[in-house]
Design a protein around this ligand. Structure first.
Ligand code: SF4
Length: 420
């Protein structure tokens, strides 16, 4: 942060959803009476212990795969969802605990723009009254004043004020998103959460709407939290970028710094997956293996560890880079049952050719090879996980490191590769 005024500060923000709808419930019955004695409702940890600040006038991009919790985070910050824990300081005041009446008064200063411009506009209302709705809700201006402001805003977002009396279906997708922008701006907010606002638009229209959003930001002194799964959109619009994985922020940095020198393996894999126009310039891609873990029961330590291509070797073993790379690859392949174990010798040759492992690490791998040769996949997976994956610092401690930055006061990366 550069020391400018912070408009929003989120501290240890957490949002869990209970899975009490049935399938995950564990109900133990007292068979004599038939009454439930214990009911364990599990929790989806959609947002877990998230902290960051946004300066007035800046755009913080929030990026991550779908389902990582970024939309839930945006909605929780605006109190459209009730936080489970943590604080949300908006213009210095913690709004996490405000009652409905107090919250309603802050709504004017905070708006949200959603992905689908079609469904967020009432098809039976004309555009003018749509833009005027929030002004009415907050008792701003008289009827004439509202109409005048709605026409001004339509022009400000790049639409013809003469279209005040048209219906939403008479506009294109990009124009409809501009109507949403006008409506959000009508109450003169300070802060807007933009949740994938251009994802439903063609690329050329996307760029135009993003440019308009930038211009409006200057004109109205707006602050944006801009949520997207699309890194090129994030790069276009953001000043700083936060990368989210499984409910947590894993990296936060000034935009160019993050794109030029990512410090978290997850960010690196996201960036390596961006399509480049010339395939010969594609460089080495990191294809993430395995599925995103269940947010009901996320991995201990670093949540990315079950998919991380750079998992750190356990300190207990003295493994060289090649040895650890071979063990890590073998462990992954066994977990995914990704090969056909024709014979022990063939498996050993495939994964450990030219690599010699001694000591306890070698003994664990030997035992795992025996299990694999006997197609005892479960036993091999358990042995390798217990002997290696669970012994890594990545499994044992939650990472959080402030790193030096050439462009901002500091940057953040949740990865033990920076522990020195
Ligand atoms: S802490 Fe370990 S598992 Fe997590 S990103 Fe860093 S190296 Fe990978």
């Amino acid at each position: 942060m550069s020391g400018a005024e912070s408009i929003l500060r989120v501290e240890n923000l957490t949002k869990h959803f209970s899975t009490g709808s049935g399938v995950f419930d564990t109900v133990e019955l007292d068979l004599s009476g038939g009454f439930p004695l214990k009911r364990n409702v599990e929790h989806v940890r959609a947002v877990d212990d998230v902290s960051f600040e946004i300066e007035r006038g800046e755009t913080l991009g929030l990026v991550g795969e779908s389902g990582c919790g970024k939309s839930t985070l945006g909605r929780t910050i605006l109190r459209l969802l009730q936080p489970t824990d943590g604080a949300i300081y908006f213009k210095g005041r913690n709004i996490a605990d405000l009652d409905k009446g107090e919250l309603r008064r802050t709504r004017k200063d905070q708006q949200m723009i959603f992905q689908d411009p079609q469904s967020s506009l009432n098809p039976r209302m004309k555009v003018g009254p749509i833009v005027e709705e929030p002004m009415k809700a907050h008792d701003l201006y008289d009827d004439d004043g509202r109409e005048e402001r709605a026409r001004e805003l339509l022009e400000a977002v790049g639409l013809d004020p003469q279209h005040y009396n048209r219906y939403p279906h008479q506009f294109s997708g990009g124009q409809r998103q501009r109507i949403n922008l006008a409506r959000a701006l009508s109450v003169d907010p300070d802060f807007i959460v933009c949740d994938e606002p251009t994802s439903a638009l063609d690329a050329s229209i996307q760029a135009q709407v993003l440019n308009t959003m930038r211009e409006l930001q200057e004109e109205f002194n707006l602050t944006y939290l801009f949520i997207s799964h699309d890194l090129s959109v994030i790069r276009h619009i953001s000043d700083r970028v936060a990368v989210m994985y499984l409910g947590q922020i894993v990296e936060l940095a000034e935009k160019e710094e993050l794109f030029e020198d990512p410090k978290h393996p997850y960010t690196r894999s996201l960036l390596s997956a961006i399509p480049v126009p010339d395939p010969s310039q594609a460089g080495s891609r990191t294809i993430l293996q395995g599925d995103v873990p269940d947010p009901v029961n996320p991995p201990s330590g670093c949540r990315f560890r079950t998919r991380c291509p750079e998992l750190i070797p356990p300190d207990a073993y003295d493994l060289g880079d090649d040895e650890w790379a071979a063990v890590r690859e073998f462990m992954r392949a066994v977990r995914r049952r990704a090969f056909d174990p024709e014979s022990r010798a063939a498996v050993e040759a495939e994964f450990f050719d030219g690599v010699s492992l001694g000591g306890e690490a070698g003994a664990a791998v030997d035992d795992a090879l025996d299990h694999v040769a006997a197609t005892e996949w479960e036993a091999a997976t358990e042995l390798l996980t217990d002997s290696f994956a669970e012994q890594s610092i990545c499994a044992q401690e939650q990472p959080a490191y402030e790193l030096p930055s050439s462009r901002a006061e500091s940057r953040f990366a949740a990865c033990h590769l920076h522990r020195e």
